[in-house]
Design a protein around this ligand. Structure first.
Ligand SMILES: [Zn+2]
Length: 199
């Protein structure tokens, strides 16, 4: 087991299509184990094989359960189990995503290959995932919210798509997330083009 280097967004491999996994070889096993170690080492929510330089349709998704919330009666409410896999490592091979219902959500997203940045992306709120596990046994999973978002993000990597291709508005710097910062609405269309150009 080892921590692998993450390919950054200027690396052309991230634009290539990953190949369908037809058999699990000892090398595939090692890749999966290394990806699990790596996603935790880098504190990621997910990692696709292409991000460690391997063009195989494999990804890991690991979403912790959010803190339970108090309802009106002061009782702690269970968090919807469809929105997390409780920090367990979900190994996804050869996935197919079927969006459910006609409900999309727009939320912030980041990527280990685009460090220090985040931006708004619209994704389906509820998906059905059909995929194969590390023994190439098929499984099906319902996912909503952050879990669905993470799965969609990782599966996009398999087709050479980065979230930055889908980002709505500007890509932001994580330093902008500082709590003391005041929210400011900037009408970008109001800025003349010459002034908006950067050198
Ligand atoms: Zn990513």
């Amino acid at each position: 087991m080892a921590i692998r280097n993450i390919r950054m967004d200027d690396d052309e491999i991230l634009r290539k299509k990953s190949k369908v996994v037809k058999e699990i070889t000892p090398r595939t096993e090692e890749l999966i184990d290394d990806m699990i170690d790596s996603v935790h080492e880098y504190n990621g929510v997910g990692l696709a094989a292409v991000q460690v330089g391997v063009l195989k349709r494999i990804c890991i998704v690991t979403v912790e359960a959010p803190e339970p919330v108090e309802n009106e009666d002061g009782e702690l409410e269970e968090v919807n189990p469809l929105i997390h896999n409780n920090g367990e490592d979900l190994i996804i091979i050869n996935p197919e995503i079927i969006p459910q219902e006609d409900c999309d959500v727009t939320d912030n997203e980041g990527c280990l290959s685009v460090p220090g940045k985040f931006g708004l992306v619209t994704r389906p709120f509820h998906i059905t995932l059909k995929a194969f596990d590390r023994n190439l046994e098929p499984f099906e999973l319902e996912a909503e919210g952050l879990l669905a978002r993470a799965i969609c993000h990782e599966c996009d990597h398999m087709d050479g798509i980065l979230y930055t291709d889908k980002v709505e508005g500007e890509l932001h710097d994580v330093s902008e997330l500082m709590p003391e910062e005041e929210e400011e609405e900037i009408d970008e269309e109001a800025i003349p083009e010459e002034e908006a150009t950067e050198e």
